[in-house]
Ligand binder design. Sequence first.
Ligand SMILES: [Mn+2]
Length: 487
Amino acid sequence: MNTRATMKYILSISIALFAQNLFAQSMEGNGDAPSPNHIRVEEYAARRDSVLHRLPPRSIAVFRSAEEFSRTSSAEFPFRQANNILYLCGYNGQNATLVLSPDSLTIAGEKLCAALFVPARNPQTEQWHGKQQGPEETQRMLHIPSFSADSLDTCVQRAFATATILYYDWLHPILRESLPMKEFSAEHEEKKVLQQNFPGIQNIEPTAPLVDSLRMIKSDAELALMNEAIQTSCIAHREVMKSALPYQYEYQLAAIFDKTIQDGGCEAQAYPDIVGSGPNSCFLHYSTNRRQVMPGDIVLMDCGGEYRGYAADITRTFPINGTFSPEQRAIYQIVYDAQTAGIAEVKPGAKFTAPHKRAFAIIRTGLAQLGIIRDSAWAHINPLTIPLDSVATGMNAPDVFRYFMHGTSHMLGMDVHDPNAAKILSKNEVLTVEPGIYIPEGSPCDKKWWNIGVRIEDDILVTDAGGKNLSAAAPRSADDIEALMKK
Ligand SMILES: [Mn+2]
């Protein structure tokens, strides 16, 4: 090791030690699990403060962790924490409740505006499932006042007695477990029972408006995590293109993707892999992935990794033979042009619908020029310059909608379809741009177009200079894809 390498080595060790001190280590007790959490505790506290500032006097907000879902009678699906709990405190376990109140809660004689209730450690549970993160460990690691879940009842009952507005996640029914009201299913029933027991509560509101607009704008730390998820997913898409062969099954292509993202540090996919070959390329969210890919098929892969709670969402479409047929290439080129022009519409202040309208106009012109739809006027229009307000979309353009039947964009973040609380784009938001054309067998056009489904999806950061394609490392043009597959 030369001096420079030694310096580099020492530097990397000190950075690692520095990082260990700076970053909250959620689930520290679970020694073998990677930390899901590289957001600083100060950032979590600032997020909670933002929510507290939005809360009116005499209100209380209750956030619940996700629940476990059965896969079979004896096994559960892997646990995935609720995003708002992860976002507001970084706790990554089950049966947790976060309570926020601007007038403060009184717990064990202390006045607090934020309190987290988590299961106390239990030797039997630890024997089976590994070390737990109890209230003491949670408070030490996440710097939030933490208490045993057993004390939730008393705290919440007392707080509800003086509050007039309750913000509450209907999807995560704390009340079913923690308050003496067991038998209800419908949301309005819950409301009714709650208001009977706590007549002071005049309004019950969902928590989404408190958090959604905060989650839309990504901090530097969040962008770093998203970038990890996205770069790793780009590598995985490239790996699939390099090794895909006819006669493999769709789930084998998915397996290459999954292995690569896990090698890259992603614990899971952000959503179930979509690997549709041939006719399956025309189903938008096909995910059975059981078909054998046949020579000449096109393969649509919509797959993204999740890195420490943040999602990538990337779609690539490639020919299993390594070379697009003339028909596949013609469709691909329209979608490519639509996506390129859609991405160009992304900028601060632009309407959220702008990328969709531009992409829709280009697909309409392209399909008309190929004779797939009969639309002679649009075949001669310049879709790059047509004013967006004059572009009809969806059911107002039914011929086009038959082949392009979804929106072009959604927000991206902790959730693959992240909250969208605004109609205008702002700096440091991340959205997808993902137009597509799907021509299933039996469509009213020349049958040479049948069974071609193409979608191209990238993750775009809104910057002052316009849309920045974070997923550009996965080849996007037909030529680049063919070049990679020939290697
Ligand atoms: Mn998407």
